[in-house]
Design a protein around this ligand. Structure first.
Ligand code: SF4
Length: 374
């Protein structure tokens, strides 16, 4: 149980500080649940400065939930391109359609109803409920967890189920029921700007006099995390089948990373490899395509890496120049290399595409390459 006087001081000090240190952001002060939801989804796993331009783009292109629901999934994914964690974009689009088709365009006006929508978890539901309707629900994100763990010198692991419930309860106890919107914004801003993960600026903090971690000199050690994220390394060898103008593109299936985005066909291996022809054989075999009499000699043009939450993706981009391209299969199509920019590509492939455009005059000419001619 937290002492009542401490709770009252926490609220007052936090709200006074927030009133004197405004942190301008385009979604602050909004009461429209659609725009609040949009901002919160964009800001999940994304820094404010990074997400800001995406929020502006989405708000301009889809000013209401009806506009978003009327778009195609491809349009939404294309506009989302570069922001990562594409499941967010797919859920955004699906939920917009659901709200328009099943709820007459109205978001539920309570926390429990919001939680039932796809892609809306406790954090987003609390944000919408408190910012749009001033309902007393505490938001608990990484910033809030850090402030609370330090303020109370609480070493309960924040990434365990009981830990999450424990800190959610604490946040709910401390929440000012009269000003839940300002309180939620204030505690998140404090975590983002003052009680930062490294080098917290305790001398600037409104909670300094009561902060137990500062008193004990353990602020940088908190919060405690139990699990270390296991990262799996994957080697994806992209085969850019091309006649110099067109290339084969596939829509990525569900059940793997970057579902529904567009990408080159690829072969996955357990280790890096230097044998381009072996990769071609593997790919042809996997798709039950006959091996041509003269197999092209792929050239490794570019390689790059992208770190995802649980995976490290090593991408190898092989240029497979040939005069006769393989047939298209389900989910595949041929597009001109210029038109690749119209498709929503994973970030790694987007980086490769930038390289390709910059160096297209020095690409292999193909004189020595074989012809795909089964
Ligand atoms: S005093 Fe320091 S450690 Fe405590 S809440 Fe403020 S910034 Fe964080």
């Amino acid at each position: 149980m937290l002492p009542h006087a401490l709770i009252i001081r926490f609220r007052q000090q936090l709200l006074q500080w927030h009133a004197s240190c405004p942190r301008p952001m385009p979604w602050k002060g909004l009461r429209d649940p659609y725009l609040i939801w949009l901002a919160e989804v964009i800001l999940q796993q994304t820094r404010v400065t990074q997400g800001w331009p995406w929020f502006e783009r989405f708000r301009k292109r889809f000013p209401t939930v009806q506009h978003l629901a009327a778009a195609t999934e491809d349009e939404v994914l294309k506009l989302w391109e570069g922001l990562g964690y594409y499941t967010r974009a797919r859920n955004l689009w699906r939920t917009a359609r659901y709200v328009v088709e099943q709820l007459d365009g109205q978001f539920p006006r309570n926390y429990e109803g919001l939680l039932k929508l796809k892609g809306i978890g406790p954090y987003t539901a609390a944000a919408i409920a408190s910012f749009a309707w001033r309902l007393p629900h505490a938001v608990v994100d990484g910033n809030v967890l850090r402030v609370l763990a330090r303020f109370l010198a609480d070493d309960t692991p924040i990434d365990s189920g009981p830990g999450k419930r424990h800190f959610t309860q604490l946040a709910q106890t401390l929440l000012d029921p009269q000003y839940p919107d300002s309180f939620n914004q204030a505690i998140m801003d404090l975590g983002a700007t003052v009680c930062t993960p490294h080098n917290p600026q305790c001398h600037k903090c409104p909670l300094h006099s009561d902060c137990r971690a500062t008193r004990q000199g353990i602020a940088p050690l908190l919060p405690v995390k139990r699990r270390k994220t296991k990262v799996r390394t994957r080697h994806l060898h992209y085969l850019i089948w091309t006649d110099g103008q067109h290339t084969l593109l596939q829509r990525r299936p569900s059940g793997d990373i970057w579902a529904a985005l567009y990408d080159f066909p690829f072969v996955e291996t357990s280790h890096p490899t230097t044998s381009g022809q072996q990769l071609l054989r593997q790919w042809l075999h996997a798709h039950q395509l006959a091996e041509p009499r003269s197999l092209p000699h792929p050239t490794l043009l570019w390689q790059g890496r992208q770190r995802l939450t649980h995976q490290l993706i090593c991408g190898y981009y092989w240029w497979v120049l040939t005069h006769q391209l393989p047939p298209t299969l389900h989910n595949w199509q041929y597009v001109t290399i210029e038109n690749l920019c119209k498709f929503a590509l994973p970030k790694l492939t987007g980086n490769f595409y930038t390289y390709l455009l910059n160096f297209k005059d020095s690409l292999p000419t193909g004189k020595s390459n074989g012809i795909y001619n089964p």
